[in-house]
Write a protein that binds this ligand. Structure first.
Ligand SMILES: C[S@@+](CC[C@H](N)C(=O)[O-])C[C@H]1O[C@@H](n2cnc3c(N)ncnc32)[C@H](O)[C@@H]1O
Length: 214
């Protein structure tokens, strides 16, 4: 069960005020103290990192966007602000307190929050009535997960993406690159310094159907 009583408070399309901001940081820090390996960071991602990651998305043609490790929803609100009215955002988190927090904070019918591991992404996509995702975004700390878990999440992710879809990953180390390279046709990487700590950004593209058939 979630340990924190929460009040429903949605701010569609709005920037969080100072109160909400402090509430998110407090919640995030408490969860880091409880589960450091699972959370991997003491504070949420910066607005600059969020914008740079989401600028890579073709929002017009996206109907299923999956987010791994939404935490307190730092990316979630920004994704909903950009998402097509008919599209779905499936947010998957292993931490039940974060799931309860998100369910209390967001009231958008396009958002489905599920409690579980990203390793089960294909089952969650099926249960949400979809076949494959256009984009999957991940904030999971791959470098602190057991090797086999990280490799299995990346392999499942590749299969869960439509041909031409992309896996967008932000991380504090380059460790994940060794998991992405054997699975994806192209991997691009960049750096965002305006984040605490500075962050690596990866965009791993699944090959197009035509290239697969050739
Ligand atoms: C660094 S936090 C990212 C939080 C938020 N997206 C941000 O950018 O501020 C990592 C998140 O990944 C979640 N997580 C860790 N392992 C996971 C897994 N196997 N499946 C789904 N979520 C996981 C944690 O519970 C946490 O919410």
């Amino acid at each position: 069960m979630a340990s924190i009583p929460l009040k429903k408070k949605n701010i569609p399309g709005g920037k969080p005020g100072a109160g909400r901001f402090l509430q998110q940081w407090g919640m995030f820090f408490r969860q880091f103290v409880k589960h450091p390996g699972m959370i991997g960071s003491i504070i949420p991602s910066s607005a600059t990192l969020v914008d740079r990651m989401l600028d890579q998305v073709d929002w017009h043609n996206t109907r299923l966007f999956v987010e791994y490790g939404p935490g307190v929803g730092t990316f979630t609100q920004a994704i909903l602000d950009r998402l097509h009215p008919d599209a779905t955002l499936l947010a998957i988190d292993l931490n039940l307190d974060f799931v309860a927090y998100l369910e209390a904070q967001f009231d958008d019918p396009r958002l489905k929050v599920v409690h579980g591991s990203a390793a089960d992404v294909r089952r969650f996509i099926r249960q949400a009535g979809h076949v494959q995702a256009d984009y999957i975004l991940s904030g999971i700390p791959f470098s602190t997960l057991p090797d086999t878990v990280g490799a299995s999440i990346c392999a499942e992710t590749r299969t869960a993406l439509r041909p031409g879809g992309a896996f967008l990953v932000y991380q504090y180390s380059r460790y994940v690159r060794r998991l992405l390279d054997p699975l994806f046709a192209h991997v691009r990487e960049g750096r965002e310094w305006r984040n605490i700590p500075p962050c690596w950004m990866f965009c791993a593209m699944r090959e197009e159907a035509l290239a697969q058939a050739a």
